[in-house]
Write a protein that binds this ligand. Structure first.
Ligand SMILES: Nc1nc2c(c(=O)[nH]1)N[C@H]1C(S)=C(S)[C@@H](COP(=O)(O)O)O[C@H]1N2
Ligand SMILES: [Mo]
Length: 506
């Protein structure tokens, strides 16, 4: 058969396989869709430096890039398998089986997928083999490789079958997508209604930010709140089905449902969350008013036993974090099992129905989204997700400041306001200084002091001569520590160094 036909048969076989898997997954277990399961497993196996690079280069789009990359590779492999199958359907059949088994392996590997999940990649395997062989037989009948004859009727029959396969695959994929999102988590989230805190956070005062001059807004709207996680498809758990198990080295195991938690005294805290992956000056930091139950109270109720030093939290999709117990048990720390942020139940991407938030610790050691399990244990006994991948066990947030205006490589007028943000959770920011072209440090004006667990904005007016300039910033916390100049990479426990911006006065 001709090359184009051969490649087309390969592509359609893989399309049918993917669509069949997506359709079955949509009915039994949405994240068992082979494409997503393989993607998720690939994320877990990706070497940390590559993952760190992906977050740096693509930020929140890292997952889209991964899926597109997988699609391109898959299409190429399918076309090549088709080309290799011009004489015999064997290579393509083998590929369909191998891809199917890869899907089965990925589903078995996912900790969040039940046994039924296997049905999806199995459907892929069967559909891939059957469709490929069927189309292959039709194509070979229409264009026997060694024969000069060309069978027009056979050719039409092949084209009809191909078109039907393409349409069927598209339809099956759509139905699978629709069925998979039918578990109406959004309705469950809407039904939660108001989560009014018994003790609300103090109102954010006027002058808490310099947003008009280019700093971030003090509270980050939920839609702009940075998002970092390993989940390709956002876990979908309804509040009614959600429960949090507290166990391990405790006197009493607890099993808390959503209504158990929301029925307690809810507190509201203004907390800045930050990711360890930030380079100096990086964007992954945001602030919200979180409403929830004090984590400390729940642990005290369970009765933490002597000798435990780690709170090991697990999300419904198997991701884990290890948090120092002494930190979450601090009275003033304000660690929360959060149910709401900025006046609404947690958005799905930020952990609905519940997540942890611990002021002063990077997200990867504390901020478990979709949390379902809290085990009181030791660092010796349990190793969390990122610890296994080269990051540090303990990761308090490092003192840091960032320049937001002027922007790097921009051209600005001679009289310019430089502004940005600094953070030192849970100690609080006492001072920010700025210097231009290695000159003397100037003290910046700070925004209103809101909460030591939140960031603080700064601004400084500059009057500069035309030409190129560089500005740097450094913060000092309320204990008198000044941000170190030494540049350290994010791995293993957070970057340090002074942020530096170059711009032109024109
Ligand atoms: N279940 C789950 N929770 C998670 C993660 C994850 O991959 N899975 N990533 C953590 C990391 S690295 C960070 S920085 C914060 C980010 O929270 P956000 O996406 O709400 O900003 O979530 C943490 N909680
Ligand atoms: Mo993170």
């Amino acid at each position: 058969m001709n090359r184009w036909t051969a490649a087309l048969v390969g592509l359609l076989g893989v399309a049918a396989a993917l669509a069949a898997g997506h359709l079955v997954a949509g009915v039994v277990e949405p994240s068992a869709s082979p494409f997503l399961a393989v993607g998720n497993t690939a994320i877990d196996f990706t070497p940390s430096p590559v993952k760190d690079f992906a977050v740096r280069a693509f930020g929140t789009y890292d997952k889209l890039v991964l899926l597109l990359g997988m699609a391109v590779v898959l299409l190429a492999v399918a076309a090549v398998a088709g080309l290799l199958s011009r004489r015999s359907p064997m290579p393509g059949t083998v590929l369909a089986v191998v891809l199917g088994l890869l899907g089965v392996g990925a589903v078995l590997y996912r900790p969040d997928l039940g046994q039924l999940g296997i049905l999806a990649p199995t459907a892929s395997l069967v559909a891939g083999v059957v469709v490929f062989r069927l189309l292959h037989a039709k194509a070979s009948a229409a264009e026997p490789t060694e024969s000069p004859t060309f069978d027009y009727e056979g050719r039409r029959s092949f084209l009809r079958a191909s078109a039907a396969t393409a349409a069927g695959a598209g339809l099956a994929g759509l139905i699978g997508q629709f069925a998979g999102t039918r578990v109406d988590v959004e309705a469950s989230r809407q039904a939660v209604g108001d989560l009014k805190p018994t003790s609300p956070a103090p109102a954010i005062p006027a002058g808490a930010d310099f947003a008009a001059e280019g700093s971030p807004t003090f509270i980050t709207p939920n839609k702009d709140f940075y998002r970092i996680d390993t989940a390709l498809s956002v876990p979908r758990i309804r509040a009614q089905e959600w429960a949090l198990r507290v166990h391990g080295m405790v006197d009493r195991e607890l099993n808390l449902g959503y209504d158990d938690l929301r029925g307690r005294e809810l507190v509201e805290r203004t907390i800045t969350l930050v990711c360890v992956s930030n380079e100096v000056g990086g964007p992954y930091i945001s602030t919200a008013n979180f409403v929830g139950v004090p984590l400390r109270d729940v642990l005290v109720e369970a009765g933490v036993r002597e000798g435990a030093d780690q709170l090991f939290s697990r999300s419904v999709d198997g991701w884990t974090a290890g948090t120092p117990l002494d930190v979450v048990l601090e009275e003033d720390r304000g660690a929360l099992i959060a149910l709401a942020m900025n006046g609404e139940p947690l958005p799905l991407e930020h952990g609905f129905p519940a997540r942890l938030v611990v002021p002063g610790l990077y997200g990867y050691v504390s901020a478990t989204k979709w949390v379902v399990d809290l085990e009181v244990t030791t660092f010796a006994d349990r190793r969390a997700y990122w610890l296994e991948r080269g990051w540090a066990a303990k990761a308090p947030v490092k003192l840091m400041s960032r320049i937001d205006r002027p922007e790097h490589r921009s051209t600005v007028p001679g009289r310019v306001v430089a502004t940005g943000v600094a953070w030192a959770q849970p100690t609080g920011v006492a001072e920010v200084e700025v210097r231009v072209d290695n000159g003397p440090w100037q003290t910046a004006t700070l925004s209103a002091d809101v909460d030591d667990s939140a960031w603080r904005m700064w601004r400084v007016e500059l009057d500069l001569a035309p030409g190129g300039h560089t500005i740097e910033s450094r913060a000092t916390d309320k204990s008198g520590n000044t941000q170190p100049q030494e540049r350290v990479a994010p791995v293993p426990d957070g970057a340090t160094g002074w942020h530096s911006i170059s711009f032109t006065v024109g």
